[in-house]
Design a protein around this ligand. Structure first.
Ligand SMILES: Nc1ncnc2c1ncn2[C@@H]1O[C@H](COP(=O)(O)OP(=O)(O)OP(=O)(O)O)[C@@H](O)[C@H]1O
Ligand SMILES: [Mg+2]
Length: 443
């Protein structure tokens, strides 16, 4: 007689009968019913069948309560390759993708789509205004809505926290509020859609008497309150990082295509990479709103740079929460979960943020982790002992997928026509091979 899972039972022993639902719980991975067939093909479920995934469908079906994803894995395990091919395959379903690309490696994907990456570099031709808040609604009295003001305040405060490397004092927060209001008024006078960082810095360094009176302080004191913040933000305006996020958004940027890539490779080695990525992410989120498109995939590659930085990590987490309202599925790519908690001791806010971000990302794709990381990964993701053991032995391209409470072992398959888009090993190939591989495919 054959029992569950094909085990041959000794004669006379009764077979155990269970519903498929119970079997799924008793034998995770092995007796998993799958996620259905709606979505894009990722590859092969190692324990049988193909693996198909779509966050929007799973959300509709109640399998996950948010569409966000975290992809974790050691260097060179195939994280970015998976994400690139996933975006490419999602385009078939009309989904667009917006990417923050700190290493400048999404160029081939852009070529495949026939779009040009937006390359940002200090003093370059393209500027993005992180204080753009998408569609600007002017109320009858002429004021912009509170929601836009609140988003600008949250972003400016986060940038200030990360530049200063400490939390803001109440008086600094008040100075930022006052400066944003003054910058907004200046922008309106100049018929601009949104204030810019130079206007905020200017308002911090030279506040009006009215602003001081509203805070029951003197102008000289208000200058003092905002001075440290102004001097740090000034780096983005006059310092080594100027010319990227310090003016109105350059006109004519094409945002209607299937893929928008912000290439930040020119500042990849800057200590301020996290702050710059946060500015880029803020702008992208506003642009997503302004284009009124639903079901957008927003990727932050090398997200450790943002998440290791308390100020901007806080902001990112709050914006992650907006994903459902905006119809955006966020994807963060990291090396290891300890990146999230790198500067935090147990129980610190940093660790809380890491846990919060994971809670807000119900799809976790885990590529191989070093043995030293496995315990931490297992703890934060709630892996079983078997899953945790597996994670240190996975080969390139194979990942443990945790989707809601369910687990899958998935081998990501690249199509012949996709390999050239994802190849980041070119520098490692022998020179002759590299030239050969550089050719685009014959479809
Ligand atoms: N499923 C796969 N099948 C075959 N080759 C793959 C697969 N996934 C990735 N590769 C190859 O592995 C190389 C490294 O992949 P990738 O750049 O995606 O790694 P990564 O995890 O993002 O690395 P890093 O942490 O350095 O960013 C690429 O050149 C890619 O072609
Ligand atoms: Mg990568």
């Amino acid at each position: 007689m054959i029992g569950p899972l094909g085990v041959r039972l000794p004669p006379g022993m009764p077979a155990h009968v269970a519903t498929s639902r119970h079997l799924c719980a008793a034998y995770p991975l092995v007796a998993e019913a799958g996620l259905g067939h709606e979505g894009v093909l990722i590859g092969r479920d190692v324990l049988g069948g193909s693996f198909v995934y779509d966050p929007f469908t799973l959300y509709r079906r109640g399998v996950v309560t948010n569409p966000n994803m975290v992809v974790i894995g050691q260097i060179g395990r195939g994280k970015s390759s998976f994400v690139k091919s996933y975006l490419w395959r999602q385009a078939v379903f009309g989904r667009s993708a917006w990417v923050i690309d700190p290493k400048g490696e999404y160029g081939p994907l852009c070529r495949a789509w026939g779009v040009t990456p937006v390359a940002l570099r200090p003093g370059g031709p393209v500027r993005l205004n992180p204080l753009d808040t998408g569609e600007v609604v002017i109320t009858e009295g002429g004021d912009r809505t509170d929601e836009h003001a609140a988003r600008r305040t949250a972003l400016t405060a986060s940038l200030a926290v990360s530049c200063l490397g400490r939390d803001l004092l109440p008086r600094e927060r008040a100075a930022i509020d006052a400066a944003l209001a003054a910058a907004d008024a200046a922008a309106r006078t100049g018929s601009m859609l949104a204030p810019t960082l130079p206007q905020v810095v200017e308002a911090l360094l030279d506040p009006g008497a009215d602003a001081a009176a509203a805070l029951r302080t003197t102008r000289a004191e208000l200058v003092e309150d905002g001075r440290d913040v102004a001097l740090e933000l000034r780096r983005l305006v006059h310092g080594d990082l100027r010319g990227m996020f310090d003016g109105p958004t350059t006109e004519g940027l094409r945002l209607d295509g299937p893929l928008v890539v912000l290439d930040l490779s020119a500042v990849y080695h800057s200590p301020a990479l996290g702050v710059l990525m946060a500015c880029a992410a803020a702008w992208l989120q506003s642009a997503v709103r302004a284009t009124h498109r639903n079901q957008i995939l927003l990727v932050v590659d090398e997200a450790w740079a943002i998440l290791g930085n308390l100020g901007v990590a806080r902001w990112l987490q709050s914006s992650w929460k907006l994903s459902r309202a905006l119809g955006v599925a966020n994807i963060a790519i990291l090396h290891r979960l300890s990146d999230l908690a790198a500067v935090g001791s147990a129980g610190s806010e940093q660790v809380g943020l890491a846990e919060g971000l994971l809670a807000d990302s119900e799809t976790r794709v885990v590529y191989a982790q070093s043995p030293g990381e496995v315990a931490r990964t297992g703890e934060l993701l709630g892996l079983t002992d078997t899953e945790a053991d597996l994670v240190s032995t996975l080969h390139r391209g194979t990942a443990l997928w945790k989707v809601g409470r369910r687990s899958f072992l998935v081998e990501h398959h690249l199509g012949r026509g996709e390999r050239w888009m994802v190849d980041t090993d070119r520098a490692m190939a022998d020179p002759g091979q590299a030239v050969l591989d550089d050719r685009e495919p014959q479809w």
